[in-house]
Ligand binder design. Structure first.
Ligand code: NAP
Ligand code: MG
Length: 504
């Protein structure tokens, strides 16, 4: 483990100062406020960032409104928008290492995680460049001499509020489908991780997206985010973040009946049956919780193992957990990066302490980690907790860190009952070599995503979103395009005799 964090290359994307992007320009905030963004692996300040005020949010909404109501982007032929989207992807690809570096610096995530996420962000633009070409309305059956067809029309100006755990990927999930259909967007990145969303905004401009279509305004969620949510000229809010803020947003957006999509928290179950390939299930479950340092909304944080294989599974799982490498996020052999900040570290530690107080057993981990050379950063040991039950806070609430609880079950019925005993419904996983059982269980789990013998939750094209209090709406897929459009029904009469329905 090196004491000095290594870098991939020196790049112009890494700067001391980052601007807001409003109406096609890099601008200062109206009151010249700035904030600092920190590398959580080291605790060192990376850069200063212009901090948007409500006045800046107003400017951004005005620009987005103007671009939508009178601009050319929405009126371009679809192929032209698709070409621009592909150009965004190709610029991102040409600057892949620089973007990866910036994402690692701003988040403390591991190299392999950042590389995967930047790749996916690029592929999102390519996916929607293709998908938009086939996105269309329908022709519907109506009585003779009538004709009905529908058009998919862009919903308008979209406020897009994103979290810190996947800063670039979440920005891509939001921006790509919205601009593909012709919307204009005002993106509010998380205050902890503003950098790669700003870079994506700059790349959109470089690729030829007209002024005002993509605006990026880092700033406080409670001020700027809230302002966008309440703004009467914003047509839709797409939010990814915590369930309490999601509920608040839904309430406020109702005042102007904005379209709302919410991707919220989770506490996803992971079911390992007695007929599973145990080694594959161990490896997949390990990735399912410790990927991205457990800071994933679909982290498989409740692990249920059939009693017949429980001892074998737990022994192997704990042994491999102990082998996970923490440290220099730029080191290829690092599996687990840092926690996003001290506040989140305290939250995680608080949950683990509550589990101990409730009588649970810590099988490994259980405290902040000390990493040589990264003493100023925020690190937590990958933690496995057993001897828990569904009354415990650590089993009920989302922790959003590298902490998993393991429980036993005796049969399929009990496994399904336990899996569904949660207010959330985002991810879930099933490990079984019996295809009929896997299908049966997948059908009965109340969650938007079921991973069957699979460690990965999504690719561009697969729907991502939740049931229950994990939110609603689906991202990353064709259906997302419908959520950024209104359906207009055009009904015409083409009979030769005029109609006189009142008979007057
Ligand atoms: P958060 O506190 O809800 O913040 C998310 C975003 O909302 C940030 O940009 C934040 O701005 C902004 N915000 C805060 N208060 C606001 C308000 N009153 N009005 C409008 N915007 C506001 O969540 P987080 O802590 O960043 O992210 C972690 C959470 O996100 C977890 O619960 C996780 O499960 C969830 N998540 C869900 C998904 C999914 O797809 N379902 C994906 C990733 C994360 P500031 O940064 O300035 O506070
Ligand atoms: Mg940061």
């Amino acid at each position: 483990m090196s004491a000095q964090q290594t870098t991939l290359e020196t790049t112009s994307l890494k700067r001391d100062y980052y601007h807001l992007i409003i109406n096609g320009e890099k601008v200062e905030s109206s009151n010249n406020n700035v904030f600092e963004t920190v590398n959580p692996a080291t605790g060192q300040i990376i850069a200063r960032v212009a901090k948007a005020s409500q006045e800046d949010a107003e400017r951004a909404v005005t620009a987005a409104r103007e671009a939508f109501d009178h601009g050319k982007w929405r009126k371009y032929p679809i192929n032209r928008r698709a070409q621009t989207m592909n150009k965004i992807a190709s610029i991102m690809r040409s600057r892949f290492n620089e973007i990866v570096e910036l994402e690692i610096l701003d988040t403390g995530k591991s190299l392999h995680a950042a590389q995967g996420q930047v790749t996916q962000a690029i592929e999102d633009f390519e996916f929607y460049a293709g998908a938009i070409v086939g996105h269309r309305g329908s022709v519907n059956n109506v009585p003779g001499q009538f004709h009905n067809y529908t058009e998919k029309e862009a919903v308008g100006v979209c406020a897009q509020i994103i979290p810190w755990n996947y800063p670039l990927m979440m920005a891509a999930w939001k921006i790509a489908p919205a601009i593909a259909v012709g919307c204009s967007v005002v993106v509010k990145p998380a205050s902890l991780t503003p950098l790669t969303a700003i870079i994506l905004g700059e790349i959109c401009l470089e690729a030829g997206v007209p002024a005002g279509v993509v605006n990026i305004i880092p700033g406080s969620g409670s001020e700027v985010g809230n302002y966008l949510v309440e703004h009467p000229k914003v047509d839709k809010v797409a939010f990814t973040g915590s369930t309490p803020i999601g509920k608040d947003i839904m309430g406020k957006a109702s005042q102007t009946l904005k379209r709302v999509t919410l991707e919220l928290g989770g506490k996803s179950p992971n079911l390992v049956f007695e007929d599973a390939d145990v080694d594959a299930a161990v490896d997949g479950s390990l990735f399912g919780i410790f990927y991205n340092t457990g800071q994933s909304c679909e982290a498989r944080s409740r692990l249920y193992v059939h009693e017949d294989i429980y001892d074998e599974f737990v022994e192997k799982f704990v042994e491999k957990t102990k082998k996970l490498q923490l440290g220099d996020p730029f080191d290829k052999s690092t599996h687990v990066g840092s926690i996003i900040d001290q506040g989140q570290l305290d939250v995680i530690d608080g949950y683990v302490k509550s589990a101990i107080e409730d009588g649970a057993d810590i099988l490994t981990g259980g405290k902040p980690a000390q990493i040589e050379g990264f003493e100023g950063g925020f690190w937590y040991e990958p933690t496995v907790i057993a001897n828990v039950n569904h009354d415990m806070t650590v089993v009920k609430e989302e922790i959003f860190g590298p902490v998993v609880v393991i429980m036993k079950f005796k049969d399929e019925k009990e496994a399904i009952r336990l899996a569904n005993d949660t207010e959330f419904g985002l991810g879930s996983a099933v490990w079984s070599k019996d295809g009929a059982r896997a299908t049966r269980v997948a059908n009965l789990i109340q969650a938007g995503i079921v991973m069957v013998n699979c460690p990965f939750s999504a690719f561009p094209g697969t729907p991502f979103g939740g049931y229950k209090q994990s939110g609603f709406g689906r991202e990353l897929c064709i259906e997302t395009l419908d959520l950024y459009t209104e359906t207009k029904s055009i009904l015409s009469y083409y009979g030769s005799r005029p109609l006189n329905p009142f008979g007057l």
